[in-house]
Design a protein. Structure first.
Length: 351
């Protein structure tokens, strides 16, 4: 079997496997009693990952350079990165919801590359002069891996919003706090532990103060305590969610943060490497090319996300919304600027 036939078989096989895997994950989410779908979904993603890796390796052997020179190769490398990060995230979270959201994205990417791109864009061609550099692998591969991690982290944030129905709930396990412990005014909770409601039911008040009667221990004296509204126990929207949903939401929030925390330094390294390569190729570290500009916007969005989580202690809905917006911005940076306009980074793609 020659390399062309092997590549055609592998790209179609990866699409078919990812399509079946997506259906498996969706069936598993709709019918939780089918526990076998967890193993089948993980196996499907692993097989797709192996097919894509073999495809990229075959193109590397055929062309003699790292397969990141055109849109077809770039899309498959992105799909490979997403399936790789998916396997890491799923193994950490033990949640089938990871695949519910990542498998359709990976499948859609392979479908676009295999079924939509014209055949002439799927053929390996000699590199243009600007790409004949060792920086091709050093810069582009790191950027693509960062996109993969940021996309998966953002997808997990979207999954969090779906699980919590967009409600603003208080979570207890994450990246900030007293060595993994945080207080909610009643007792300290260990990371990953669900919030316990106070033993005594909340007492209605007028929003300013209330009188609370406590026994002093000898059964004879009653003590009146003035409690402000800020100190009184308040029922939150988390009480409308089941303990299972709260546990899943906390896991998704935590894993989303960790995956984005992996993607952000990769993005930083990729941008720095790109600046050095740009100076070598074009004589300038920064040219405000559309790709460079949107890479900077992407960096600022996820820098804000990490700053809000680490410094401000944000958890739950607000950082999830920020990460969701980051998902859109990553796609604009990766593909949108190449579809909508020309720039220094448009060679080998549509323009």
């Amino acid at each position: 079997m020659n390399l062309v036939l092997l590549q055609n078989w592998l790209d179609n096989a990866s699409f078919a496997v990812l399509f079946i895997t997506m259906l498996v994950y969706w069936v598993g989410a709709a019918f939780p009693s089918f526990s076998i779908t967890n193993a089948l979904g993980t196996a499907g993603m692993a097989i797709a990952n192996l097919c894509i890796a073999t495809l990229l390796g075959a193109r590397w052997l055929e062309a003699g350079y790292f397969p990141l020179s055109n849109l077809y190769e770039s899309l498959f490398f992105l799909a490979w990165g997403i399936t790789t990060v998916h396997l890491i995230a799923e193994n950490s979270s033990r949640s089938r919801l990871v695949g519910v959201f990542t498998s359709p994205v990976a499948m859609g990417i392979t479908a676009f590359a295999t079924l939509t791109l014209p055949s002439e864009m799927q053929i390996s061609e000699p590199l243009v002069p600007a790409l004949k550099s060792n920086w091709l692998m050093m810069h582009v591969s790191v950027m693509m891996l960062s996109y993969s991690a940021l996309m998966v982290g953002s997808l997990l944030a979207i999954a969090f919003l779906v699980v919590t129905r967009g409600q603003n709930i208080q979570l207890q396990g994450s990246s900030v706090g007293n060595g993994g412990y945080r207080t909610n005014g009643y007792r300290l909770h260990k990371a990953g532990e669900l919030i316990a409601q106070p033993a005594t039911p909340p007492v209605e008040n007028n929003g300013f103060a209330r009188l609370e009667t406590n026994n002093n221990g000898n059964g004879n004296t009653a003590v009146l305590n003035l409690v402000t509204a800020a100190q009184s126990p308040v029922l939150t929207s988390a009480q409308t969610l089941s303990p299972q949903r709260l546990s899943i939401a906390e896991t998704l929030d935590n894993i989303s943060y960790r995956v984005i925390g992996l993607g952000f330094p990769l993005l930083t390294i990729g941008i720095i490497a790109g600046a050095v390569w740009a100076n070598e190729a074009w004589g300038s570290y920064w040219s405000w090319d559309p790709k460079e500009t949107w890479a900077l916007i992407t960096w600022l969005v996820f820098a804000a996300y990490l700053h809000a989580r680490i410094t401000r202690g944000w958890q739950g809905r607000r950082p999830a919304i920020l990460a969701t917006s980051g998902f859109v911005i990553v796609w604009i940076c990766y593909l949108g600027v190449n579809l909508l306009g020309k720039g220094l980074h448009s060679y080998g793609w549509f323009f």
